[in-house]
Design a binder for this molecule. Structure first.
Ligand code: FES
Ligand code: FES
Length: 156
């Protein structure tokens, strides 16, 4: 048995020895905002924060999360009170089907934490670890730039 602080709530899990963190979050915690696509660490769809750092949860063993803090998209904002990055993705239409969106938003949050005033080029490079099969990249970059402005408290 392991305990993990998931989206601010301590939870107990009994994952199989070879279960991934993504599997545990989706199947045991019901957090289906954690998307699994490639399952090989290539697409970023399953990105979550572990102790505030972005991690491809399909590659991390569930047991490695024991005693740590995990944040999924369900831990960002709420329908009534969206996180500024979520709001920016909606306003800038930074998605089409939305499958990749949770991973992009979490990757963006980690990126903007490190670089609150990025250039567009820096943002493009930072987002290049995530794949959008709908090709919404220009809108995604615009959304992250808008979110950066909001988070800096600038008016847009
Ligand atoms: S599903 Fe984890 S990186 Fe693609
Ligand atoms: S919006 Fe469809 S995969 Fe990115």
């Amino acid at each position: 048995m392991i305990t993990v602080l998931v989206n601010g709530r301590e939870q107990a899990f009994e994952p199989a020895a070879d279960a991934s963190l993504a599997y545990m979050l989706r199947e045991e915690a019901g957090l289906i905002g954690v998307r699994v696509s490639c399952g090989e660490g290539e697409c970023g769809a399953c990105t979550v924060l572990v102790d505030e750092r972005p991690v491809t949860s399909c590659l991390m063993l569930a047991h490695q999360a024991a005693g740590r803090k995990v944040t999924t998209i369900e831990g960002f904002g709420s329908p009534e009170n969206l996180h500024p990055i979520q709001q920016a993705f909606i306003e800038e239409q930074g998605f089409q089907c939305g499958f990749c969106t949770p991973g992009f938003i979490i990757a963006a949050a980690a990126f903007l934490e490190e670089n609150p005033s990025p250039t567009e080029e820096e943002t493009s490079i930072a987002m290049s670890g995530n794949i959008c099969r709908c090709g919404a990249y220009p809108y995604i970059v615009r959304a992250v730039m808008t979110a950066a402005e909001r988070l800096r408290g600038a008016s847009v």
